[in-house]
Design a protein around this ligand. Structure first.
Ligand code: FPP
Length: 217
């Protein structure tokens, strides 16, 4: 069984660069290349949706040169990507710098009719704030069904999350897709994100196929 929807916490970019005596910014550049290898393989395997954590609301506290390095890669991708993915952004895009926000709008428009895998990029996103926002809408409206609540979440419309992968050795979710991950299969890899490639995707798919999913039953 191939998952319909798989998510990645792309951790270990800074450490990858530092281990090579490089600036942390280099780690994000290689991180974007790894993302392309991973998503291209998932697209070949016909995975419907891939969601990745590019920048959390908590990452705002990082040094400004590091934030600039992450956004440089995001903007580069937005301006240059010409493949078959349908790219969607999730998170508070309105509060980004004009250049970043415009590039987001541009790639979403350019890829809107693409028929390949959907790539959701979480940028300026935090799961708790997302859930609190949906709860506030529920309170404002009064009567609210589970379905309506889910339609108010940032990932509304995506298939149920089947698998969530974190690279870089840490075993936590770090405020990513907390609601959606309820029955997702979790994978924690020691490998640093820039080292990820098509073979790692194939290994993950094999391990996913062995998992017995019970959904609480
Ligand atoms: C955590 O690794 C990763 C991030 C904060 C962002 C990752 C972003 C990219 C790879 C660019 C992606 C581009 C697009 C278009 C989605 P870390 O650097 O905090 O790792 P560390 O634990 O080694 O410090």
């Amino acid at each position: 069984m191939i998952p319909r929807h798989i998510a990645f916490v792309m951790d270990g970019n800074g450490r990858w660069a530092q281990a090579r005596g490089l600036e942390r910014a280099e780690g994000y550049k290689h991180g974007l290349e790894a993302l392309m290898r991973v998503v291209n393989r998932l697209e070949q395997l016909k995975v419907e949706t891939v969601s990745v954590f590019a920048f959390s609301t908590e990452n705002v506290a990082r040094p400004s040169e590091e934030k600039a390095a992450i956004f440089e890669q995001v903007i580069k991708f937005n301006k240059t990507y010409r493949g078959t993915l349908r790219v969607l952004y999730v998170g508070d895009i309105d509060s980004l710098d004009e250049d970043a926000a415009e590039s987001v709008e541009e790639i979403e428009r350019r890829t809107a009719t693409n028929r390949g895998t959907t790539l959701n990029i979480a940028l300026n996103y935090g799961a708790r704030a997302d859930i609190a926002h949906a709860a506030k809408l529920a309170a404002d409206v009064g009567i609210f069904t589970d379905e309506e609540f889910e339609n108010s979440l940032a990932f509304a419309g995506a298939p149920p999350l089947d698998a969530l992968v974190r690279t870089g050795g840490e075993k936590r979710l770090s405020n990513f897709m907390l609601y959606e991950a309820a029955y997702a299969e979790l994978f924690f890899l020691d490998k640093l994100w820039p080292d990820m490639g098509a073979d790692d995707v194939d290994d993950l798919m094999k391990e996913y196929a062995l998992r017995v999913r019970k959904f609480g039953k």
